[in-house]
Design a protein around this ligand. Structure first.
Ligand code: PMP
Length: 359
């Protein structure tokens, strides 16, 4: 069937987002999820809460009780407001739609989260990537020059960054915020693991917003992201939010999770300790370099040959991780395992060391 001329030309540059089909038998360390399911006692309480939820009516479109619960955990200045999305992916889309007009530019460091480019192009925007330096830090001079040259309507900065895992130097982020002519969104998807937030930095500027998600904390399947920023900006974005974008099951479940946050926070603590253990173990292997991580995954670099051998061996052991060795010059030979449970990590380290030490 010919669809010539039917779709926007920008779609020619895009591929549908590829997520492999679920493999319940495998150890899934490929998507930066929390590896722990809900503890049994909480699961029972959650099911009892869900038993009170009706789904013949539309959800609460304001999601006010959920927003109140989120605001208790994620405090914000009184001049700010919050908008919820079906994952922060949906918020990235709203942001791109909000600035879309002929010639408008979206800018982000490179490499960074792939959806910035994807959704910018999908909205017929021009996407300008600015290369990170060889330590995966922001190249402040290059970024400031790019801001000056391209005058982007929207800048995304993932703090910590995906797929590199590191936190950017805060002075560099501040300099970019100060110089940006449009909106700056600091994407704190990995906040739970980051050991600090950008609230003070962002609230010093009217045009800087903070985007967060509960996916990495343990709620990936519920799809709940949110953005906080000056009320005037949130009011504009809200015009693009689809009615009832947060369904009744998600609203009830996220409220439940926030009321029981210590269970998730404890899991995060274990994962942070495991991150250190795993980073040290892998970094000690021959030909293997682990980059500093403030997220729930590691970026690990080795020769492409060794990377392929590691991937093969892990896949034979039914351990799934993400291969990043797909054409980006800064990520040659890079693999990205999420931090799993201590048992999962021990198995991963065993398999990895067998390959790396040539045993
Ligand atoms: N931002 C960053 C930096 C991410 O890595 C991700 C997920 N990989 C997201 C946003 C999207 O998260 P979600 O849609 O699950 O909220």
């Amino acid at each position: 069937m010919s669809v010539n001329g039917v779709f926007a030309p920008a779609l020619d540059q895009l591929k549908a987002y590829q997520a492999p089909p679920p493999r319940p038998d495998a150890t899934k360390l490929d998507a930066m999820e929390n590896p722990y399911a809900l503890p049994a006692d909480l699961r029972q309480a959650w099911l009892e809460r869900l038993a009170q939820v009706d789904f013949n009516r539309y959800p609460d479109a304001t999601a006010a009780p959920l927003k109140r619960a989120l605001t208790q955990r994620f405090a914000m200045p009184s001049s700010w407001d919050m908008l919820l999305g079906n994952g922060s992916d949906e918020i990235i889309q709203m942001l791109c739609l909000a600035v879309a007009r002929p010639g408008a530019v979206v800018m982000a460091p490179d490499p960074s989260f792939v959806m910035y480019r994807h959704l910018a192009l999908a909205c017929n925007l021009r996407f300008v990537p600015v290369p990170l330096d060889d330590q995966f830090q922001l190249d402040t001079d290059a970024f400031l020059a790019a801001l000056q040259r391209e005058q982007p309507a929207l800048v995304f900065i993932a703090q910590p960054n995906n797929p590199t895992g590191n936190r950017f130097d805060e002075d560099a982020v501040r300099a970019i915020c100060a110089a940006a002519p449009g909106l700056v969104v600091i994407d704190e998807a990995y906040l739970a693991f980051a050991g600090g937030d950008s609230l003070a930095l962002a609230s010093a500027f009217d045009h800087v917003l903070l985007m967060r998600t509960l996916s990495k904390w343990g709620l990936a399947g519920l799809r709940l992201g949110f953005i906080q920023g000056h009320k005037a900006l949130i009011d504009e974005l809200d015009k693009l939010r689809l009615p009832y974008n947060i369904n009744v099951l998600t609203q009830a479940s996220v409220e439940f999770a926030l009321a029981n946050s210590s269970a998730f926070d404890q899991q995060v603590e274990v994962l942070c300790a495991e991150r250190t253990r795993m980073a040290e173990a892998l970094d000690a292997l021959p030909g293997t370099r682990v980059f500093p991580s403030a997220a729930n995954f590691l970026l690990v670099q080795q020769s492409p040959e060794q990377g392929r051998a590691v991937l093969d061996a892990l896949s034979q052991a039914d351990i799934l991780i993400k291969n990043l060795d797909a054409g980006h010059p800064a990520l040659v030979g890079c693999l990205r395992p999420s931090i799993g449970t201590p048992e999962q990590n021990t198995r991963l380290i065993e398999v990895w060391s067998t390959v790396a030490s040539g045993a």
